[in-house]
Design a protein. Structure first.
Length: 474
């Protein structure tokens, strides 16, 4: 029987198919678009191989594109019809079950099955990668970290694919708050392969979470040729660069990146890219910057998709775009549609049901309330969720757009105690962040001269200890 590069038998596969599988996994680990062609070749060479069919199913769902997921479901259903899964070897049986759960919308069960698989087969890179991405999509930071950490001991130091495993582990460490360890681990992965864009992305997140935006810019600048084109993370890493620029006060640079990389006439209209564009423009919106032309184009792109209920995280960013473009009625129609879907029988088994009901819809409603200037309603909706936002997926950096909406509502509604708490939390983590100090100054302005003087003294003392990072390099 043919085996892959990790020594696993490829059930119902040939040596040619195993070579295609190895090529597909290599491309997947480094986020190369070539993975699509490689999986097509794998399916052509071994259409009866469960791992090949599961691989195609995973690709169909991980991009959070409903049309791709539906096509993948039809293909996999055709393969699984009449299949006796109980007769399959353990690895193939678990891949098959994980793919079926994922295609049925049960992301958490698929995640658990892949975790069970990697306990038995810790060198199954496909299972580790897909499980890691599911942990990200469901906002499960501990699994994001420990799924990979639990498998690392099975990988030799000189294994060429230990590097991307370290990159995944670095991201899990960062999302769990271990910033120094995450940066060291991600740096080690990039040293092994400079084009490990997920590892670069993990390091970039550590700088973002600590407000070290000048260092983040320098890090990306030094590796521009490795991350800035030709991979599935190109747009997202440009988004991180734009976040740094915005934090540094270089709004012109941030908007230049938006137009060149985040959204323009040549953009493909993929959900993962549109949500980055929305999250960037929303930060401008909260600052009172008029971006009507960009909002209109972005709202048009979301409208053209006409997505069914699929992933609440995407819905929130669609609503941001509609609100930003002044299309509040369109935002409300999306909310009403999701409410109707929640009431349909049988939807409770879909992971997105809980994501939508418990987090997605309240956040969407808060965005509409923000548009109406009802900041008290924004507070009522978001304050109870502020420590639960991870439950509908994404990263801390992505969800910060919602956290900033909550802080803005606290400032505008005169909830001074709540605003103080939110600002204090942010400043403790990012003491040199101009955004945090501007927010604190706004709060102090509403409290009087003594508060303003205290903020000025505190800011001077903190920046004296941490270094003023506003001289970012562009």
């Amino acid at each position: 029987m043919a085996t892959d590069r990790y020594g696993h038998d490829l059930y119902n596969g040939t040596s040619e198919a195993a070579a295609h599988l190895d090529r597909a996994v290599e491309h997947l680990l480094f986020f190369r678009p070539d993975v699509v062609e490689a999986v097509d070749d794998l399916l052509a060479a071994a259409p009866a191989a469960p791992v090949a069919q599961a691989f195609a199913a995973y690709l169909g769902v991980l991009g959070t594109e409903p049309a791709d997921a539906a096509a993948a479901r039809r293909r996999f259903d055709g393969f699984a019809a009449g299949l006796d899964a109980t007769a399959l070897p353990l690895r193939e049986r678990l891949h098959t079950a994980a793919a079926q759960s994922l295609l049925a919308g049960d992301l958490r069960r698929a995640s658990a099955l892949l975790e069970e698989l990697t306990v038995a087969c810790p060198r199954d890179a496909l299972a580790l990668f897909v499980g890691h991405q599911l942990d990200f999509l469901t906002g499960d930071a501990l699994r994001l970290r420990d799924r990979i950490g639990g498998a690392l001991s099975a990988w030799e130091e000189d294994d060429p694919h230990r590097g991307p495993l370290l990159g995944m582990y670095a991201f899990g460490l960062e999302e769990s708050g271990h910033y120094t360890h995450a940066r060291e681990t991600g740096t080690a992965a990039v040293e092994r392969n400079p084009q490990d864009v997920w590892a670069i992305h993990a390091v970039v997140h550590t700088y973002e979470m600590q407000g070290r935006f000048a260092e983040g810019i320098a890090y990306l600048d030094a590796r521009t040729g490795d991350w800035s084109a030709g991979n599935f993370l190109t747009v997202h890493n440009w988004w991180h660069y734009a976040l740094y620029a915005l934090e540094a006060g270089r709004t012109d640079t941030a908007l230049g990146i938006y137009d060149a990389a985040l959204h323009n006439e040549e953009s493909r209209g993929l959900a993962m890219e549109l949500l980055d564009a929305a999250a960037m423009l929303w930060r401008f919106h909260l600052a009172g910057s008029d971006q009507t032309r960009r909002w209109e184009a972005l709202a048009d792109a979301w409208s053209a998709r006409a997505d069914p209920p699929f992933y609440a995280f995407n819905d929130v960013h669609a609503v941001m775009s509609y609100v930003g473009a002044g299309r509040v009625a369109r935002a409300q129609r999306l909310i009403d549609d999701r409410r109707r879907w929640l009431a349909e029988p049988g939807t409770e088994a879909v992971t997105n049901h809980a994501m939508t009901a418990q987090v997605g819809l309240p956040v969407c409603e808060a965005l509409v309330a923000h548009a109406a200037g009802d900041h008290g309603a924004v507070m009522e909706l978001l304050w109870p969720l502020r420590r639960r936002l991870h439950e509908f997926g994404g990263s801390h950096a992505q969800r910060d757009a919602v956290q900033k909406t909550l802080l803005e509502a606290a400032l505008r509604s005169g909830r001074h105690d709540m605003a103080r708490v939110l600002i204090s939390e942010r400043t403790a983590l990012r003491p040199a962040s101009p955004y945090n100090w501007l927010s604190r100054a706004r709060l102090a302005d509403s409290l009087g001269d003594a508060a303003r003087a205290a903020v000025a003294r505190d800011r001077a003392g903190r920046l004296g200890r941490t270094g003023d990072l506003t001289a970012a390099r562009f």
